[in-house]
Design a protein around this ligand. Structure first.
Ligand code: DC
Length: 216
């Protein structure tokens, strides 16, 4: 079974996707890391982030092991990833890798912005995880503090709003809920409550998929 988890920055989708993968024993791919890797490689090579030719070149020589995850998690790389992710050459260069991951026997959990709409449109279970910008900013501030990166709440909130506008406003695979996704607003939920709600959604979808199969 493929579980697609989409949503805006700091919505809690990564935590939920990771917990779902542990619950169901499925491999997990954080697709945001792929865009973060491209952004990091662009910055390290001294390229302008909007240089389409350079981005295409970086993606064609994509090396998944080039950076440790820790080096990709910072605030600056998240912002840079959102810029490179708007380029069709970058998106198309990363599609196959994501689809291959999703096609593993038994299934997988993938999280990102376009998993339910573009990467795995046939996924039986799709969640669109959201929370208010203020709740997301508070969560992001806590996460950054945990890694020793300090930033003001207002600065983070402004980042989040800018990132939402860019991720939702781009023409290629914008951030949006698939028509058959279930929206899960985690603003007032603890991680455990959000996980229970997510599992309930997946179980409902699984039961529906199963009954369609037996009807055939
Ligand atoms: O999920 P994240 O914050 O690590 O993602 C970083 C950026 O990468 C995000 O702002 C937009 C882009 N992204 C994307 O366009 N499509 C995805 N499937 C995942 C991430």
């Amino acid at each position: 079974m493929v579980i697609a988890v989409d949503g805006p920055a700091a919505s809690g989708k990564g935590t939920l996707a990771r917990r779902l993968s542990a619950h169901y024993g499925l491999p997990y791919l954080d697709t945001g890391l792929l865009y973060r890797m491209v952004a990091r490689a662009m910055l390290e090579a001294g390229h302008d982030l909007r240089d389409v030719a350079a981005a295409g070149d970086v993606v064609s020589r994509f090396d998944e092991g080039a950076f440790a995850e820790e080096a990709l998690r910072g605030r600056e790389i998240g912002e840079a990833a959102s810029v490179v992710a708007a380029m069709p050459a970058v998106r198309s260069g990363l599609v196959e890798r994501q689809r291959r991951f999703a096609a593993q026997a038994g299934g997988a959990v993938l999280d990102g912005r376009d998993i339910g709409t573009v990467i795995c449109p046939d996924a039986p279970a799709k969640l669109f995880v959201t929370a208010t910008p203020e709740v997301r900013a508070a969560r992001r501030q806590k996460e950054l503090a945990g890694r020793g990166e300090s930033a003001t709440f207002d600065g983070i909130l402004a980042d989040i709003r800018r990132r939402d506008a860019r991720d939702s406003g781009r023409s290629d695979a914008p951030l949006k809920a698939a028509e058959d996704a279930v929206i899960l607003d985690t603003s007032a939920l603890t991680i455990e409550e959000a996980l229970a709600a997510a599992i309930a959604i997946v179980e409902r979808r699984r039961a529906t998929a199963q009954s369609l199969l037996t009807e055939r």
